[in-house]
Ligand binder design. Structure first.
Ligand SMILES: C[S@@+](CC[C@H](N)C(=O)[O-])C[C@H]1O[C@@H](n2cnc3c(N)ncnc32)[C@H](O)[C@@H]1O
Length: 218
């Protein structure tokens, strides 16, 4: 009897170990595919895409906070979406990303497939002015990188759908004298979000200017 129990226990442990090993292998295989795709594209992104440093920043924010329900406004050909979806593949999440230009949208789809990340991305060909209002949410991570003059409107539409503890990021945001004088759309958004009492906003200027706003408890 003891021998049977022992064999059953060893078999169970072997099955568990094998299962874990298989899971690791799948994650490692995806990491390899994403890395090799990003390496092959380094220096070739030409469609207003984020620099690699900003892609890494988005990746780190998602991993650090374990975010799962992400939204991107402005896919272009998918560089930032690939960094976010890669992180979401590890947190068990998914990204919705919106692009209005059909050519760039199709190229993004091809890139998502080549990177091995298509399963983690729900790419929509649409005008975000409309779709952002219609998407139910909730979202715990948002990256805004489309038409700059509409940044504040996007934020106002998404704000009620952003979870407490969630993070709203926006690209090409600068707090310089020139930005204040020129009164660009991204600066108008930044001024607005920075002064909301339940949003805690900082600016990361290591790449192309990323505002990072966390939603606090009211
Ligand atoms: C700066 S690019 C995005 C770059 C992308 N995030 C990346 O790093 O790969 C901005 C994109 O937003 C798209 N866009 C502009 N207005 C839009 C709208 N109203 N709805 C959806 N997409 C829009 C543009 O077509 C363009 O491809």
């Amino acid at each position: 009897m003891i021998r049977i129990l022992l064999i059953a226990f060893i078999t169970l442990m072997l099955m568990v170990t094998w299962g874990i090993a298989r899971e690791l292998t799948r994650e490692e295989a995806l990491d390899k595919q994403v890395k090799s795709f990003l390496d092959s594209q380094r220096g070739k992104w030409r469609d207003m895409n984020v620099p690699e440093s900003d892609g890494r920043l988005l990746y780190d924010l998602i991993i650090k906070n374990g975010y799962k329900d992400a939204l991107e406004i402005g896919t272009s050909t998918g560089h930032s979406a690939i960094w976010m979806a890669w992180a979401l593949s590890k947190t068990g999440g998914k990204l919705i990303t919106i692009e209005i230009d059909e050519g760039r949208y199709n190229q993004a789809l091809a890139n998502f497939k080549a990177a091995g990340l298509a399963d983690y991305i729900d790419a929509r060909l649409a005008n975000a002015h409309q779709l952002v209002k219609e998407l139910p949410g909730p979202f715990d991570f948002v990256f805004c990188d489309a038409d700059k003059g509409w940044y504040k409107n996007y934020f106002i539409d998404i704000y009620p759908k952003l979870t407490i503890g969630g993070c709203y990021t926006a690209h090409n945001v600068y707090d310089t004298r020139w930005a204040r004088l020129r009164g660009s759309g991204t600066f108008e958004f930044y001024e607005y979000v920075k002064n909301l009492p339940d949003m805690e906003t900082t600016l990361d200027s290591s790449g192309n200017g990323l505002s990072i706003s966390y939603k606090k408890k009211p």
